[in-house]
Write a protein that binds this ligand. Structure first.
Ligand SMILES: [Zn+2]
Length: 172
């Protein structure tokens, strides 16, 4: 659900006079507090093995649990996007990242706890040390390497990841 339908009270003073003031903001007419629901930054990675196959994960958690995904996640406070992808790849795959190359970014909507979160997903091409030693952990149930021509965007549960797969397989 969009935050403008989801939030009923001013988070500062609790007033119900908390009204939509733009597509991404709400304002309390009692205390004057303005809330902006800006896009959150997220990162995802393309990792290829020696044969050029793409590393693809199965999501262990909702949203869209059980669908395919690229490894990645949200950028933390005070973190660069490059640091975020290195941290996420370590958390999810025990990977030690040796190279991070920016590819492109795509906007997305991520439904979490019933609330639609606007994100800006930032895609990287990453190289990792000892690719044979990767292990699925955290919100990755399992992973496998799939030849690029066998990747099917509709198997991926998140919209921006579907688009990224299309974009990547066209240009790679
Ligand atoms: Zn208020």
């Amino acid at each position: 659900m969009d935050f403008k339908q989801f939030y009923h009270y001013c988070p500062h003073c609790g007033s119900t006079a908390f009204a939509v003031s733009s597509i991404k903001s709400m304002k309390c007419t009692d205390c004057g507090f303005s809330y902006y629901h800006n896009a959150s930054a997220a990162v995802a990675a393309f990792i290829t093995d020696k044969a050029g196959r793409i590393l693809v994960c199965v999501r262990a958690k909702d949203p869209v649990q059980g669908t395919l995904d690229l490894p990645g996640g949200f950028v933390d406070y005070d973190e660069t996007a490059e640091e975020a992808i290195k941290r996420e790849l370590h958390e999810e795959l025990q990977a030690e990242v040796t190279e991070v190359e920016y590819l492109f970014s795509l906007p997305n909507n991520y439904l979490y706890s019933g609330l639609s979160i606007a994100t800006l997903d930032i895609f990287f091409k990453c190289k990792v040390k000892n690719i044979d030693l990767l292990q699925a952990a955290d919100d990755v149930r399992s992973f496998s390497f799939i030849p690029m021509e066998q990747l099917n965007p509709i198997d991926f549960g998140l919209n921006s990841i579907q688009k990224a797969i299309q974009k990547y397989t066209k240009t790679a």
